[in-house]
Each structure stands twice: as structure tokens, then as C-alpha cells.
Design a protein around this ligand. Structure first.
Ligand SMILES: [Zn+2]
Length: 344
């Protein structure tokens, strides 16, 4: 079947009406991955422990996930262009195909044995739609209705396209989402949020991502208005790895500190080292931290930590298996309908 790719051609966003002294610039080494939330899951996760079947990635055909972008922008014209969308798709596929090389040679050696060579998960752009909105605060949680739901056209948002089969991503300027108690954050902007595989196909299934996290193309820095502080902020040197991180959640991964976000918690992946905390910023590699009395090299180069984007280039083999078991393969997989090419 012929696939229709529809992208809104968008011209450059020019920050012409803002004074220079209103800008706050995040330098390159500032953590760009952070303020990430995983939506509370409704169902009970079935497979914290792997089932008994032996998983062998070599026996799997590559799964291709159709992607729909729903862009909700506050500025006069969208900050996201068609080339930005393509660059983001390239960043996703590069990460999941294991071709995102980085890090120091020493770190490469340390984690070489556990780095996945290819997750066999790919993404294909189906459609990107854009809509102007004056709405600045959204409720991405299912049970709380104080603010509009960006997933609903009837509430000013954009409807998803069959979440059982497609990855729906809402791209929002200055993304602000109230917490589970319907309370606004005091100052922070969300960079991304994701649902869990257990809630596949549900009304709240999908990802919300801040438009400033998209990779730079040829336009220089990105800017957004923080509707809480009223300040303009800019970000630069984005590489699109915030969305890689969120898709990791979407397919079943937790942060390296574990599902409960407690020091040295369990992320249900055997080949990621325990982490005492989420690591923000850049790091001189390698370095160790102690968890449960044992010193471990910290995998701050893993997409599921909070390090600066320039450091991130690893999904492990264990994380790859977990994504497959959570999403596509075996009796506990929740996103089987999404796989355009089903595994053998
Ligand atoms: Zn996260």
C-alpha cells in the first residue's frame, strides 16, 4: 500500500520580537535530558522477570514502527520544520540501529561487550501535522481534567492515529504538564513524557516531547517561552536524543536507577550497572560509584541516564531484549500490533 507522507513545510522561526537580555542560554554542556516523566501505568506489568523462553535477537526480523507527529505550537509559526522532523527520525533510527557512535575509546572498551549492535527496531515517518494553539499548559495524565488533553481535538489538541499500531508523538512548545495531583510545576519545563507498554492502545498512550529537544538542522539555537516564569529560553546543540530516551520508556525501559527512581534501584536489565542517581551533565570517563557496597563503572553513556546528549550512544543487549519482551515478542509483549513486520 502506498504510504502517504505529509509534512507541513514550515519556514524559519525568527525570534524577532525578543530582547537580547531576556534570553537565557543553556550552554552545550548543560544537561538536555531531564525533567522526563513516565506516566503512571494503569495495568500491572507482567514481565518484570523474563519468561522462560529463550530470546534470540538473531531470529527476529526487524520491526518497523510507524510514527505520527502532532505538533502544537504557540509561536506565530511552528518551530519545527520538515527538515527537523527528518533529522529527528534519522536520530531515532541511528540510535536504535547501533550506529550512534560516541564516547571515549576507554568507555568503548569497558562497555563494548554489552552494547547492542542493532536493536532491530526502526521507525518510519507516516505523517506530521501542525496546529497553532494559545494553550500553554496541558494535562497529559488520564485521570485529571483541569487542563486540556493535547491528545484530543475536542480539547484543542490533535487526535492520535490508532495507537495500537502507531507511535503517536505530540510535539509541544514549552511543554508543561501538570503532575499526578494536577499541580503545576513551580518552574520546570518538561522535556519529554512517555506512557508504558502495559498501557498500549489506551487513551493516554504515546509520547509528549518539547519542541526544543529536536535536533538542530541549520537554524542555530531554539527558543521557547516558559509560560510559568515568563522568560524566553534557548537551547543549542540538541541531537534528538531526548526522543530516543522517551521511546526507550515507551518500549519498556526504565532509567538506570530503576523503576522506583530510588538510588541503586532495579531497572530489570541485567547488563546495566546499578546507578546511585540520575547523572546530569558531562562526565570525565570512566568513573565509578558504589551501590550496595560494590563499586561499578557508571554507564553515563546510556540513553536511559540523564547525561548530556553528546555523551549518549548506548542501548545494551539486555535493554534490547527488554524492549522486545515488553513490546513485540513473547507472551508478555504489549505492542505486537505495532510491528509492521512481525518477528518469526
Ligand atoms: Zn526518562
Amino acid at each position: 500500500m502506498k504510504r502517504i507522507v505529509k509534512i507541513f513545510l514550515i519556514s524559519f522561526y525568527i525570534l524577532s520580537c525578543q530582547k537580547e537580555d531576556e534570553l537565557t542560554v543553556f550552554e552545550t554542556n548543560q544537561p538536555l535530558i531531564g525533567n522526563c516523566k513516565v506516566l503512571p501505568q494503569k495495568g500491572t506489568e507482567k514481565n518484570n522477570k523474563p519468561d522462560e523462553d529463550i530470546f534470540n535477537l538473531e531470529n527476529m526480523k526487524t520491526v518497523t514502527i510507524p510514527v505520527y507527529f502532532h505538533i502544537l505550537y504557540n509561536s506565530k509559526i511552528p518551530q519545527i520544520t520538515s527538515s527537523d522532523i527528518r533529522a529527528q527520525m534519522d536520530a531515532l533510527n541511528k540510535a536504535f540501529s547501533g550506529k550512534d557512535h560516541g564516547g571515549s575509546p576507554l568507555i568503548n572498551v569497558i562497555f563494548n561487550s554489552v552494547k547492542t549492535k542493532d536493536t532491530k527496531i526502526r521507525f518510519v515517518l507516516e505523517e506530521a501535522e501542525a496546529k497553532h494553539t494559545n494553550q500553554k499548559i496541558w494535562s497529559f495524565w488520564n485521570d485529571f481534567k483541569k487542563y486540556p488533553n493535547p491528545r484530543k481535538k475536542s480539547e484543542g489538541g490533535l487526535d492520535p492515529v490508532n495507537p495500537w499500531k502507531n507511535l503517536n508523538i505530540w510535539v509541544i512548545d514549552g511543554l508543561i504538564v501538570v503532575d499526578e495531583n494536577d499541580v503545576l510545576p513551580t518552574s520546570s519545563i518538561n522535556l519529554g513524557l512517555s506512557s508504558n507498554p502495559i498501557d498500549a492502545g489506551a487513551e493516554w498512550d504515546g509520547i509528549a516531547i518539547n519542541s526544543v529537544t529536536f535536533p538542530e538542522t541549520n537554524r542555530g539555537i531554539r527558543a521557547f517561552l516558559n509560560p510559568i516564569s515568563g522568560k524566553i529560553k534557548t537551547m543549542k546543540d540538541q541531537k534528538g536524543k531526548n526522543l530516543v530516551h522517551e521511546v526507550g520508556h515507551y518500549l519498556g525501559l526504565h532509567h538506570l536507577i530503576g523503576k522506583e527512581e530510588m538510588p541503586c534501584g532495579d531497572d530489570f536489565v541485567a547488563d546495566t550497572p546499578p546507578a546511585e542517581k540520575l547523572h546530569k551533565g558531562t562526565f570525565k570517563l570512566p568513573f565509578k560509584e558504589t551501590c550496595n557496597g560494590k563499586s561499578n563503572y557508571q554507564m553515563v553513556v546510556n540513553y536511559m541516564d540523564y547525561s548530556d546528549e553528546s555523551m549518549l550512544y548506548i542501548f545494551t543487549k539486555g535493554q534490547t531484549e527488554r524492549m522486545w519482551r515488553q513490546s513485540f515478542w513473547g507472551k508478555n509483549a504489549e505492542r505486537k500490533l505495532m510491528a509492521a513486520t512481525l518477528p518469526k
